[in-house]
Design a protein around this ligand. Structure first.
Ligand SMILES: Nc1ncnc2c1ncn2[C@@H]1O[C@H](COP(=O)(O)OP(=O)(O)O)[C@@H](O)[C@H]1O
Ligand SMILES: [Mg+2]
Length: 253
């Protein structure tokens, strides 16, 4: 990662040390193809000898159960949800992402803080507040955004797993039924991702194309940043001793 850069203050109690790996975030709305491509990217990278760790939204051992329960009950307001997501992410950052980067692994993140920003903002959240909440996040080496239009997305989701309550934003009561709500909610999310794509310089990939073409495009975006990544074969299996380093550089979002 070179020098460690955070969106805000970072995890102030933690000296991350030297991060030799690469952090690659795959962003995109529900059903845009993130899981499909992360699986293919992992295999492609491992065949080349890279150590790969994947991490996904709400997958922390600390918070995944609590988030599941909160979603079932639909009793929490957007602040509480954002804070649950932030806690989940902080746990994964400290216990999974940073240790893997220290050890020279490539971390593929299925969603990143941009998803939390988009979801909070479409629920009327204050952009400044939510960005501050996630100020502890590392700035990824690369963010690939799987961009899709809402009509293609709706067809794809109907043909696969179907529409669910949260992916349809039913808590927002935007539409008369699940389908109507899904389209309105996803349209608003996509609008937010599109705005952030410019601000945060996402690499945008057209997610409407066949999977092979998308995978090809993703690989061509990732290849240049691998040049400086250590091969897993030459990386120690345990994280290195953490040298004392100067305070990490801070960037505003
Ligand atoms: N490029 C594509 N074209 C058509 N269908 C796709 C494409 N990519 C993924 N799918 C299908 O769309 C559905 C959602 O893909 P998935 O990878 O699970 O998305 P996500 O993880 O972003 O929610 C799956 O059934 C998958 O097989
Ligand atoms: Mg998925």
């Amino acid at each position: 990662m070179g020098s460690v850069r955070y969106f805000g203050e970072g995890l102030t109690y933690l000296n991350p040390g030297r991060l030799r790996g690469k952090l690659i975030a795959i962003e995109g709305t529900d059903g845009s193809g993130r899981s499909t491509h992360i699986e293919m990217l992992q295999e492609w990278l491992e065949v080349q000898g890279y150590g790969v760790v994947t991490t996904g939204w709400t997958r922390s051992s600390l918070m995944s159960k609590a988030i599941e329960v909160a979603k079932k009950g639909n009793i929490l307001d957007r602040w509480s949800f954002s804070l649950l997501y932030a806690t989940d992410f902080a746990d994964r950052l400290e216990h999974q992402i940073i240790p893997a980067l220290r050890a020279g692994f490539i971390v593929l993140a299925d969603r990143y803080i941009y998803t939390a920003l988009a979801r909070d903002i479409v629920r009327g959240g204050n952009p400044e507040w939510i960005r501050n909440v996630f100020g502890f996040a590392l700035i990824p080496d690369l963010v690939c955004y799987l961009r899709i239009d809402v009509d293609t997305l709706a067809m794809r989701v109907i043909e696969s797993k179907g529409m669910n309550f949260w992916e349809s934003g039913m808590d927002l009561r935007l539409g008369s039924d699940l389908f109507d709500s899904f389209k309105k909610y996803q349209m608003q999310l996509i609008e937010q991702y599109d705005k952030m794509a410019e601000e945060f310089r996402f690499e945008v990939v057209d997610a409407r194309k066949p999977p092979e073409e998308i995978q090809e495009a993703l690989r061509s975006k990732i290849e240049p940043i691998l040049k400086t990544a250590k091969k897993a074969a030459s990386a120690p299996t345990q994280p290195e001793a953490v040298p004392i380093e100067p305070e990490p550089e801070q960037l505003s979002p």
